[in-house]
Ligand binder design. Structure first.
Ligand SMILES: Cc1cc2nc3c(=O)[nH]c(=O)nc-3n(C[C@H](O)[C@H](O)[C@H](O)COP(=O)(O)O)c2cc1C
Length: 209
C-alpha cells in the first residue's frame, strides 16, 4: 500500500497576505519571466519583469501576465501604461541578463526608464510603439486584449491578456519545426523567494496515440 503524507491545510482567510503569496510562488514553479516594455503617457520606456506569466492559447497566439498592485495597493507603472496605450512587448530573459533583469525590478519612479538605467538597448518594434530589448533573443510584440482584475488592495492581480502580433527570434535560434532552440535561449525561470532556475536538464516524452 502507498503511504501518503499528512497534509497541513492552510486556509487563505486565516493567513497574512505575504504568507499566502510566499506559499503560492514557491509551489507554482518554475515560472517563466516576461520582461515587459511599455510606454508611459509622456513617452518614457518602462521595463519590468513579471513571473506571473504564461502562454494561454495558440490561435491567435495569446499570453497573460499579471502586474499586481504594489504593497500600498497602487497600480504599478506597467499597468498604468497599458491602460493608456494597450501595447507591449514581452522580451524573453536568457541567463546572460538575469542580474540586469533583476535590477530592472527596482521600483524606479515613472519618469525614469529602467531600460536606460539598467544598460539595455532599445530596438524599434514593427507593430507596436514600445521598443524591444536588444539583449533578449526573443521578443513578442503584443496588443492588449483585456485586463481582468482579481481582488482589491495590496498584491491583488491584474491579469493582462495579450494577443501576439509578431515574434522576433534571433538568427540561428529558430528550428525547422518552428520551435526555439531551448539550449541557445537558456531561459531563466523564477521559483519562490529569491530562487531562480534554468531549463538545462530536459527529457522528452512522446504523446500517447
Ligand atoms: C523575476 C521577477 C519576477 C517578478 N514578477 C512579478 C509579477 O509577476 N507581478 C508583479 O506584480 N511584480 C513582479 N515582480 C516585481 C516587479 O518587477 C516590480 O514591482 C517592478 O518594479 C514593477 O515595475 P513597474 O512599476 O515599472 O511596472 C517581479 C520581479 C522579479 C525580479
Amino acid at each position: 500500500m502507498n503511504s501518503f503524507p499528512h497534509y497541513k491545510t492552510l486556509a487563505v482567510d486565516q493567513r497574512e497576505i505575504r504568507q499566502n503569496y510566499s506559499t503560492l510562488v514557491s509551489c507554482v514553479v518554475p515560472r517563466p519571466i516576461a520582461f515587459v516594455t511599455t510606454l508611459s503617457p509622456s513617452g518614457v520606456v518602462n521595463l519590468a519583469p513579471f513571473s506571473f506569466f504564461n502562454g494561454v492559447g495558440g490561435n491567435p497566439p495569446a499570453i497573460m501576465f499579471s502586474p499586481c498592485n504594489n504593497r500600498a495597493g497602487q497600480p504599478k507603472d506597467t499597468l498604468v501604461n497599458l491602460r493608456h496605450l494597450g501595447e507591449f512587448v514581452v522580451n524573453i530573459v536568457p541567463h546572460a541578463i538575469a542580474k540586469e533583469m533583476n535590477q530592472a525590478s527596482f521600483e524606479y519612479p515613472p519618469e525614469i526608464s529602467e531600460l536606460e538605467k539598467c544598460g539595455f538597448t532599445p530596438l524599434a518594434s514593427e507593430r507596436v510603439k514600445p521598443p524591444r530589448v536588444a539583449e533578449s533573443p526573443v521578443h513578442l510584440e503584443c496588443r492588449l486584449v483585456q485586463i481582468v482584475p482579481v481582488g482589491v488592495g495590496p498584491l491583488a492581480a491584474n491579469i493582462c491578456i495579450g494577443e501576439v502580433l509578431c515574434f522576433h527570434v534571433a538568427e540561428g535560434y529558430l528550428q525547422p519545426d518552428g520551435t526555439v532552440d531551448i539550449a541557445k535561449l537558456d531561459p531563466v525561470a523564477r521559483l519562490g523567494g529569491e530562487l531562480y532556475s534554468l531549463a538545462r536538464e530536459r527529457f522528452s516524452l512522446p504523446r500517447p496515440g
